[in-house]
Design a protein around this ligand. Structure first.
Ligand code: SF4
Length: 357
């Protein structure tokens, strides 16, 4: 009964307060998938132009599958969490091969695709296929944990099960897409993480957190482990023509597939010594004839990722003489004017915009 009152009030509110965005005016599973992946870890205002550019360039599964990974990463440049773009590209190829380019329409098949977790699968199933599956993301967890006044940590398995069970029961089985979107909108615009707008909330009369004065402490979160600090010292190496030395990141580390300058990673933030510079340039095949600008550029703030904090420093190095044939094979000198054709992490792009392009 309590669920029914909640659902009725929520949907009534949604009739007038719904947020209109391009991906809400479609039931195309591909467009919904793209929007959901872009909006993971990204605010709507930041994600919207990326979504529009992405759909324009890759309007369907086939066009995305047939693109080069570099093209996809370039379009993603600046959004961060680049594994999302790589996974989408791989998934588009999987859908093309396994399902002839048609997005699968069962929860199990969608959930089995690379990069699609339970939230995204539920969103695709309800928004594209009208299936009665409740979505549970950070917004929904916040709304439900406050409404039910759950004072245990929300990511505790018991709390999570309680929230999922409650949301699934409250879901309007005839209008699952509206219900899910209304929950997401309520969390994003009214039941805000800090200072929720309870007086404007359609379900305030039944809200446990509001009536027990607990809105400031719910949702309860377990303190996460501290982030790992890393120290990236970048050598921005230019030849006399002004070409800049870059390479593509490989391996299983962050920013895989993106481009960067020559990197020396250290355990701390102390500047590179001349001996470290000498050894590195020799190992790259760049000889010993170079000059280093005295000014080391260090951004004001570190770059924050989910589990890591990246501290960068940039050293400008001018190479006077070197032998092309000795240059390490994965490195390429690229004209400064062409750097924008390559996808760089946001942090490096900010440096380039300030000093190189
Ligand atoms: S009354 Fe306040 S705390 Fe409760 S659901 Fe509404 S906005 Fe969130």
């Amino acid at each position: 009964m309590a669920n029914k009152i909640f659902t009725t009030k929520l949907l009534k509110w949604f009739e007038t307060e719904r947020r209109d965005m391009p991906w809400k005016q479609t039931t195309d599973a591909y467009c919904i998938w793209v929007s959901e992946i872009i909006l993971q870890q990204t605010r709507v205002a930041q994600g919207l132009p990326y979504y529009l550019r992405f759909i324009k360039k890759f309007p369907d599964i086939k066009s995305l599958a047939r693109a080069e990974e570099d093209e996809v990463l370039k379009l993603w440049e600046g959004l961060g969490y680049y594994s999302r773009a790589r996974n989408m590209h791989a998934t588009a190829n999987e859908i093309l091969e396994k399902y002839d380019g048609v997005f699968p329409s069962t929860y199990e098949k969608v959930r089995a695709l690379k990069g699609i977790g339970s939230y995204t699968a539920a969103a695709i199933m309800s928004f594209a296929f009208g299936q009665p599956i409740a979505v549970v993301d950070g917004n929904v967890k916040r709304v439900v944990s406050r409404y039910l006044a759950i004072t245990d940590a929300i990511d505790d398995s018991g709390s999570l099960r309680q929230i999922e069970f409650w949301a699934q029961n409250a879901l309007d089985k005839k209008h699952p897409a509206d219900f899910n979107q209304a929950m997401l909108d309520l969390g994003a615009t009214v039941c805000l993480p800090r200072n929720p707008l309870c007086q404007e909330c359609p379900v305030k009369s039944g809200c446990g957190a509001l009536h027990n004065n607990l809105t400031a402490i719910i949702p309860v979160k377990v303190r996460k482990n501290t982030k790992r600090s890393r120290f990236f010292h970048y050598l921005v190496i230019q030849n006399k023509k002004g070409d800049v030395l870059i390479h593509r990141r490989a391996g299983k580390d962050i920013w895989k597939g993106l481009y960067e300058f020559v990197l020396i990673e250290k355990m701390d933030k102390t500047n590179l010594t001349m001996a470290e510079l000498n050894d590195t340039l020799k190992a790259l095949g760049l000889g010993t004839k170079y000059s280093v600008d005295d000014t080391v550029y260090c951004p004001d703030k570190p770059h924050i990722l989910t589990h890591q904090q990246i501290n960068t420093k940039y050293y400008s190095v001018l190479i006077n003489k070197y032998d092309d044939l000795l240059l390490r094979p994965d490195l390429n000198f690229v004209n400064r004017g062409n750097l924008t054709n390559f996808a760089f992490p946001r942090e490096l792009k900010a440096y380039m915009e300030k000093f190189l392009i």
